[in-house]
Design a protein around this ligand. Structure first.
Ligand SMILES: Nc1ncnc2c1ncn2[C@@H]1O[C@H](COP(=O)(O)OP(=O)(O)OP(=O)(O)O)[C@@H](O)[C@H]1O
Length: 454
């Protein structure tokens, strides 16, 4: 007989031994079991917010299954439900945070003026929320609200140019706004490496340690550069321990998860898992447009929706490049002394297009490759059949036609047996969304792109 409460107490006891107090409070305190279904093994657990849900799914599901098995050969299938009304964009810490006393020694402000290089533009106000970054933004806001109390360390990971540095620095700005004397240290991980090497050369290790181990908030960017550097990792471990034990907040970014950083020491990997690891994924079209709109507004540019849509559809995976595209369009308008519109944007971005065109990708080629890949035929892709085996490949082919060629929506529609441009747009948006949520579609797109581009 499976007694849910008893099992839950047992599991919590195990976890209490594995986690330290702060992490335990963050992840276990406000989590409770709701029901267990004997027949299906479904074990429903209520968690406080989407961040906790993600954490449990990634880090604790397997532990739960294993513990239930060890406890009494029970097979459980954990399902997590969000309990409560927390706003999706702003996740509060689970309990009132312990206040960290403000630090205001002269040394602290000295360091701020000498070392701190936060970009003025990287604040929460200028950050645009979208599907791919909302969890990370929520976590960053929670950390800025109660640094050192929960979600410590915060580990933000994801591809190039997706806003990791921006969010991390926004936390720094927020802390300084509330506590101007706080010691916020922002560094690229290479700086930490260089500082450390220099401190050994110049015998200034004490100063080195003072610099990092007295921070109220330590922000370390691109920590993947610690890969394979044993000495540095050892030093960082001690920095981490000191700050963590003093309830000082640590935020790190990386292009990948700690477990995927080559030769990152076990103890760092496990320390990093005490807090929260959140991913930023590439923005969808709507978010890209919103980012461009915000940027245009702050630069005092007037750009109509159609043009924003055009620019946003040209760059899909890197926000830095997206911003670069806008700068190009702006420069082109200045040179030509013309207003910004779709035609001008098209001209300005021909380079981007030329890269794609030089690959020589044509719609018939895309249709052929997609048809082969899904073992169907080009005429089925162009046809009207509405069975799933054909609809999905057809939508994928339309999506790739829009991504990889210069063809307009009506032109693509024409190439697919005379379909309306709204059908193409719908297909594009559908696949763009699926790429994020459906790993099969994501893989298919990845493989098809490889076949077409190389
Ligand atoms: N959601 C967003 N809203 C507004 N601007 C954004 C957003 N995401 C990214 N940006 C902008 O995109 C540019 C690149 O972002 P950032 O440097 O933070 O990326 P990153 O993920 O740290 O990249 P890297 O991996 O190269 O370090 C910055 O100018 C940043 O302000």
């Amino acid at each position: 007989m499976f007694d849910l409460q008893k099992f839950w107490d047992y599991f919590n006891e195990q976890m209490r031994q594995e986690y330290n107090e702060v992490a335990y409070n963050a992840w276990f305190k406000n989590t409770k079991p709701i029901s267990y279904n004997k027949e299906t093994g479904e074990l429903v657990i209520a968690v406080k917010n989407p961040i906790a849900k993600g954490y449990w799914e990634t880090n604790l599901s397997t532990k739960l299954i294993q513990t239930a098995y060890a406890y009494g050969n029970f097979e459980v299938l954990p399902v997590f439900e969000i309990d409560g009304e927390e706003s999706p964009e702003r996740f509060k810490a689970p309990e009132p945070p312990k206040k960290v006393p403000a630090k205001s020694t002269p040394v602290a402000s000295d360091f701020i003026t000498k070392d701190l290089q936060l970009n003025d533009k990287y604040t929460f106000d200028t950050f645009v929320q979208g599907e791919g970054n909302k969890l990370a933004e929520g976590a960053a806001l929670a950390v800025a609200d109660s640094p050192g109390s929960f979600y410590n360390p915060l580990f933000i990971f994801g591809g190039v140019g997706l806003g990791k540095t921006h969010l991390m620095q926004a936390i720094g700005h927020q802390m300084l706004k509330e506590r101007p004397n706080a010691k916020v240290v922002y560094i690229q991980s290479e700086t930490f490496v260089n500082d450390f090497i220099n401190s050994i050369k110049n015998k200034t290790q004490d100063e080195f340690r003072e610099k990092y181990r007295t921070a109220d908030l330590l922000l370390v960017d691109d920590i993947q550069f610690f890969a394979k550097k044993e000495g540095i990792q050892e030093e960082f471990f001690h920095t981490f321990e000191t700050l963590y034990n003093d309830q000082k907040q640590i935020v790190m970014t990386s292009d990948r998860l700690p477990t995927e950083i080559p030769d990152l020491s076990e103890r760092l990997v496990s320390r990093f898992a005490w807090g929260l690891q959140v991913e930023i994924t590439p923005p969808d079209l709507e978010t890209r447009i919103a980012i461009l709109r915000k940027k245009a507004e702050s630069d005092g540019l007037r750009i109509d929706d159609q043009t924003l849509d055009y620019i946003a559809s040209q760059v899909s995976t890197n926000i830095r490049e997206l911003e670069g595209a806008l700068v190009k369009v702006q420069a082109h308008a200045t040179i030509e002394k013309a207003d910004i519109n779709v035609n001008l944007a098209r001209d300005a971005l021909t380079d981007l297009k030329l890269v794609q065109k030089s690959r020589g990708i044509q719609i018939p080629k895309i249709q052929e490759v997609v048809a082969n890949y899904f073992q169907t035929t080009v005429s089925e892709l162009k046809g009207k059949k509405r069975v799933r085996q054909i609809v999905v490949p057809r939508q994928i082919a339309m999506y790739l036609a829009r991504e990889l060629t210069d063809a307009s929506l009506p032109k693509i529609g024409q190439e697919f047996g005379g379909k309306d441009h709204t059908t193409v747009m719908h297909a594009y948006e559908k696949i763009e969304k699926d790429v994020r949520t459906d790993s099969e579609i994501k893989n298919a797109i990845y493989e098809l792109r490889q076949m077409l581009e190389h």
